[in-house]
Design a protein around this ligand. Structure first.
Ligand SMILES: Nc1ncnc2c1ncn2[C@@H]1O[C@H](COP(=O)(O)OP(=O)(O)OP(=O)(O)O)[C@@H](O)[C@H]1O
Ligand SMILES: [Mg+2]
Length: 381
């Protein structure tokens, strides 16, 4: 369908939908504090971003630029990979409306959007300390974040996801929890970004799109690319993988380290199983005072990445366990399926989980796409 037709439909939908407010010149800071997302014009965003001059980064949905709105508020403008995709046509209005009304301290605020022939964009609050991956994996080790702050970041992320899963009026599965989608404000408080995006549009080819799968290899739960029911538990799995990266301050899959440590979660399990967590503490540079907290984080991570979704805890339980308010149950080996002759499924799982850059895996090796799409429809319960 041509973009123009989509825009026409879009305009009609907007006329019928009073939940959006137009941005006029007299917009004040209060507008941004309102519940409703603001509709920006392409021209306004071009001016705000100085013609998309300062790029903050890019991902599966498009490129993000820094800007300043007319009232002086710093914003992040995510320019979506433009297309007149059917998903956008059908769902953009509803989804943006939901995202714009979903407020929590640990969620990045969506201020508004633009939908014009020349520009499809989402406008977010700007997070001054960028994304967690930039902080965790940067080469300069002199200003690394301490364990106390890392625990707070993990907790903030867990609280944001708890809100999405259990507390907000329209339950939302994120589908793409990973360090790149955890943003940090000036005080290093964690804010979950990009919630609601999975339902909004397809991703580019650098992510899993061919079979309409969601998520990012290494973080996506097994049920996301296998013909199994998808529930909010897929976010718990991704959170567990994120937790390992927070603990290790490294990517879970790192081919630059010794063979046995290449996939950190499995290596960590080996150490835990043999009562040798001290090795992990040394490798990760954890000081003695922090070791109790880190042990708790490791155990929670094992619980979160269990193969069977129903065995994983819900997010509010994860919060309580991380806080220390609830005892973490003795974890069982979450990776036994990888080594117990599960056969091809196990092989695929290992390949996807481990080989982030394995160009040789294709959609057909991982998933039959027939029943999957139906299950995605439960993004908003
Ligand atoms: N609101 C924001 N404030 C500040 N920086 C941001 C903001 N949103 C995104 N960024 C920066 O832009 C980068 C790219 O974000 P983007 O969401 O496009 O990609 P990603 O998170 O790596 O992947 P994905 O497409 O899966 O979300 C982020 O890593 C972050 O550094
Ligand atoms: Mg993102």
């Amino acid at each position: 369908m041509a973009v123009g037709v989509v825009c026409h439909l879009w305009d009609n939908m907007l006329k019928k939908n009073a939940s959006f407010i137009p941005l006029n010149v007299a917009t004040t800071i209060e507008d941004l504090e309102r519940e409703k997302p603001i509709r920006f014009t392409a021209k306004q965003l071009r001016i705000a971003t100085d013609n998309f001059r300062f790029e903050l980064g890019s991902g599966g949905f498009g490129t993000v630029y820094k800007g300043v709105s007319t009232n002086g508020v710093t914003i992040a403008v995510k320019v979506m990979n433009g297309s007149s995709d059917k998903t956008i046509e059908e769902q953009f209005v509803a989804e943006v409306s939901t995202m714009g009304r979903t407020h929590h301290f640990n969620l990045v605020r969506l201020y508004g959007f633009c939908f014009e022939t020349s520009l499809i964009a989402l406008v977010y609050e700007f997070m001054v300390n960028g994304s967690l991956d930039n902080q965790l994996f940067k080469a300069n080790t002199s200003d690394v974040i301490g364990i106390e702050t890392l625990l707070e970041i993990a907790l903030g992320t867990a609280r944001g996801i708890t809100y999405l899963h259990e507390e907000c009026p329209q339950k939302i599965i994120h589908y793409d929890i990973k360090p790149g989608n955890i943003l940090l404000d000036s005080k290093f408080c964690a804010k979950v970004a990009d919630f609601g995006l999975a339902k909004l549009c397809n991703r580019d080819k650098s992510h899993i799109t061919m079979t309409r799968c969601r998520g990012t290899p290494g973080y996506a739960a097994p049920e996301l690319w296998m013909p199994l029911p998808v529930t909010p538990k897929c976010d718990i799995y991704s959170f567990g993988m994120l937790l390992f990266e927070i603990i290790g301050r490294r990517r879970n899959m790192d081919v630059t380290v010794g063979d046995s440590q290449q996939w950190f979660p499995v290596w960590a399990w080996g150490k835990y199983e043999k009562n040798q967590l001290n090795d992990l503490m040394i490798v990760c540079g954890i000081e003695e005072d922090d070791q109790k907290v880190v042990e708790r984080m490791v155990k929670v991570a094992f619980c979160c990445v269990k193969y069977r979704p129903e065995s994983r805890p819900i997010m509010s339980t994860v919060v309580k366990m991380l806080e220390g308010a609830l005892e973490v149950p003795e974890p069982l080996n979450p990776f036994s399926h990888l080594f117990s002759g599960v056969g091809e499924v196990g092989d695929s799982l290992a390949r996807i989980a481990w080989n982030l850059n394995d160009s040789d895996w294709s959609s057909s090796t991982v998933v039959n796409d027939t029943p999957i799409m139906k299950k995605y429809e439960i993004t908003i319960a």
